[in-house]
Design a protein around this ligand. Structure first.
Ligand SMILES: [Fe+2]
Length: 257
C-alpha cells in the first residue's frame, strides 16, 4: 500500500518511489500471514519497526506521520515476539499487520533513512533478507542519528536537530522513563532486546560473512550505500567515512567501538 518498490537489478537494489505505484485498494488480511515461517515473521516485523523508527526522525516527518510511527512501534514491541513464538496467534498477527500498514503509511509520506541505505547495499551484495539486514544496522544507526551531526541535512522547516528528542518521546510513550535520556536509552535497549528475542543475527560476522570478503567489498559497499536514495530524508547527511564506520559496526557488531 506504499509508493515504494525495491528491485534487485544486476546485484544492486534499485529503489522506485512514485505515487502512481500506490494501489487504489489494499487488502491487509492477517490470516494470510499465519503460514509465514518464524524467520520471515521476524524479518518483516523488524523491517516494519525500522520503517517506523526511521520515518519518525526523517526530515519529512510531521505530526501526522509521527502519530502513525508511535502506534506502529507500540504494537510491534508487544505483538512481534508473540507472532514469532506462535505463528497462529491471530491477535498478534492482526496487530503486526496493522503495525506494518501504519509504518507503511508513515514512510509513504516521510520516507526512510540511512539504515535502509546500508541494508540495501549489504543485502544485495551478500544476499541477506531485507529485514534481517535492517536489524543488523538498526542499533548502530539509531545511536548515530541520535548524536549531533557533522553535516546537517538541509531541509525547509527542519531548523533544529531534534532526533534525540524524537527518540526520547517514542521511548517515553512505549517504555516510560523519568528523563529524556532515560527514555531514549530504554528504547535503544528494547530494540536490542527484541532483536535477540527474535534470534536475529547481530552482526554480519555472526551472519556468516567472511572478514576478508567483507573488507574487500567495503569501499564499493560504502559508495553504493552513500548513493542510495534513502539517505535523502535521513536527518544526518552521512559522509562516506561515516557510512564506512557504520558498515564496520554492522560487520563486527558490538565488540568494536
Ligand atoms: Fe524496508
Amino acid at each position: 500500500m506504499s509508493p515504494a518498490a525495491v528491485l534487485t537489478v544486476d546485484g544492486h537494489k534499485e529503489t522506485l518511489v512514485d505515487y502512481s505505484l500506490v494501489p487504489d485498494l489494499a487488502i491487509v488480511d492477517p490470516s494470510l500471514t499465519a503460514s509465514m515461517p518464524p524467520t520471515l515473521t521476524a524479518d518483516t516485523g523488524v523491517d516494519a519497526l525500522t520503517h517506523a523508527l526511521e520515518a519518525v526522525i526523517s526530515i519529512f516527518a510531521s505530526s501526522y506521520t509521527d502519530a502513525l510511527c508511535a502506534q506502529a512501534v507500540r504494537l510491534i514491541f508487544s505483538a512481534l515476539p508473540r507472532a514469532y513464538e506462535n505463528p497462529h496467534d491471530l491477535a498478534a498477527r492482526t496487530d503486526m499487520s496493522n503495525a506494518a500498514t501504519l509504518a507503511g503509511l508513515a514512510f509513504s509520506n516521510a520516507f526512510v533513512g540511512t539504515n535502509h541505505a546500508l541494508a540495501h547495499a549489504v543485502g544485495a551484495k551478500f544476499g541477506i533478507a531485507h529485514g534481517r539486514a535492517n536489524g543488523i544496522f538498526l542499533p548502530h544507526v539509531m545511536r548515530y542519528n541520535a548524536s549531533l551531526p557533522s553535516k546537517f541535512m538541509p531541509a525547509p522547516g527542519y531548523s533544529a536537530y531534534i532526533v534525540p528528542e524524537k527518540y526520547a518521546q517514542i521511548g517515553q510513550l512505549v517504555f516510560g522513563g523519568h528523563e529524556p535520556d532515560d527514555s531514549r536509552e530504554r528504547l535503544f535497549h528494547a530494540v536490542e532486546q527484541l532483536l535477540d528475542q527474535l534470534d536475529m543475527p547481530r552482526s554480519l560476522q555472526q551472519y556468516g560473512i567472511r572478514e576478508d570478503e567483507f573488507l574487500a567489498a567495503l569501499p564499493e559497499l560504502a559508495l553504493t550505500a552513500f548513493e542510495d536514495l534513502s539517505n535523502r530524508t535521513n536527518p544526518r547527511m552521512p559522509l562516506v567515512s561515516e557510512i564506512t564506520t557504520l558498515l564496520k559496526l554492522g560487520y563486527y557488531g558490538e565488540t568494536t567501538g
